[in-house]
Write a new protein. Structure first.
Length: 325
């Protein structure tokens, strides 16, 4: 009997990240190992296993030529590959700390997803001309400051909740609300802005976004189910949200994002002929946007997505604490 691919893991049918993360309802029980092998391995990844894209989604020659556009992509991929690598390592604690088999199986699949994301981000750097033998050294150089100042503090926050405080649900909330919830909209922007300038990178971002929808929705459902069964845990979750917001206020993620957005700004105008009337969001041509506007839009998407997910979890009062704009 032929099993159908779940629509949210089908390349053509899956919603965009923002729509999916705000509106889908998925649980760990639904997204088990069989679901992952059927829907992700045979659906999302069909024809895209090694590189994250197909031959119909090429790496243009201009992405192999030194210049601000390539520099912007190098920085973005270098930082994202390390973020996914470090996230994979953190998720090993979640597999160990899961309170039931359904959660263990789900986080095992999320660990695989994040490891794959790191791989395809790295591989695209090679497609852009980075020698394979220099890849890891290049990534280390591109991401050193970002890793130390941004990734290490937020991932330590997640692991500490589980490893040191023994709080699995708190750790899930950190990953879902603080880490994935804040970083995901920037990934949505990446998919849109590279669509015509680097189709391979846009496809890679699309595949990662399909996975992130699942991570956000299942993580949210785990927190929701726990709060419904244990309403007294509400105060603990609110404390985590406040500490997470304080952490985001302290880490300098903006400075790293803006460096690559300014490089992207210069690079996209050098290749303006490729963009024509392309709209990065409805009613807004990419060529008419600036670094600050794109950053502000990603923050607005973050707030919109957070409002929906937090209300679903039973934490509507956390929306104002986490609001970025």
């Amino acid at each position: 009997m032929t099993m159908s691919i779940p629509p949210e893991t089908d390349w053509e049918q899956a919603p965009g990240l923002l729509d999916g993360a705000m509106n889908l309802d998925l649980t760990a029980q639904q997204c088990d190992l069989a679901y992952w092998f059927r829907g992700v391995a045979q659906g999302t990844l069909k024809g895209r296993t090694e590189t994250g894209h197909t031959a119909a989604e090429p790496t243009p020659e201009h992405m192999r030529v030194d210049g601000p556009l390539r520099d912007a992509q190098m920085l973005e991929l270098g930082c994202r590959s390390v973020a996914e690598e470090q996230g994979t390592r953190a998720l090993a604690h979640y597999v160990v700390g899961a309170t039931n088999v359904a959660e263990m199986d789900f986080f095992a699949t999320q660990l695989m997803d994040e490891a794959r994301h790191s791989m395809v981000f790295r591989n695209h750097l090679v497609e852009m001309g980075v020698p394979a033998e220099d890849l890891h050294t290049t990534i280390a150089g591109l991401s050193a400051g970002y890793r130390e100042e941004v990734l290490d503090p937020i991932l330590d926050f997640a692991v500490r909740a589980l490893r040191d405080e023994g709080d699995f649900i708190g750790a899930v909330a950190v990953f879902t609300i603080i880490i994935e919830g804040v970083l995901a909209p920037a990934a949505e922007l990446s998919e849109r802005k590279w669509n015509l300038l680097d189709p391979a990178a846009s496809a890679i971002a699309r595949g990662a976004a399909i996975d992130e929808i699942r991570h956000l929705t299942v993580g949210s459902s785990i927190v929701r189910e726990h709060l419904l069964a244990h309403p007294e845990y509400h105060a603990r979750l609110m404390d985590i949200v406040r500490r997470g917001r304080k952490l985001w206020d302290e880490i300098p993620d903006r400075k790293y994002i803006m460096v690559r957005e300014h490089l992207f700004q210069e690079g996209m105008h050098q290749h303006a002929g490729l963009l024509a009337d392309y709209e990065v969001w409805p009613g807004k041509r990419l060529l008419e946007t600036g670094p600050e506007e794109r950053y502000a839009m990603a923050e607005a998407w973050t707030d919109k997505m957070a409002a929906a997910r937090l209300a679903y979890m039973g934490l509507p009062e956390a929306v104002d604490i986490l609001r970025l704009t």
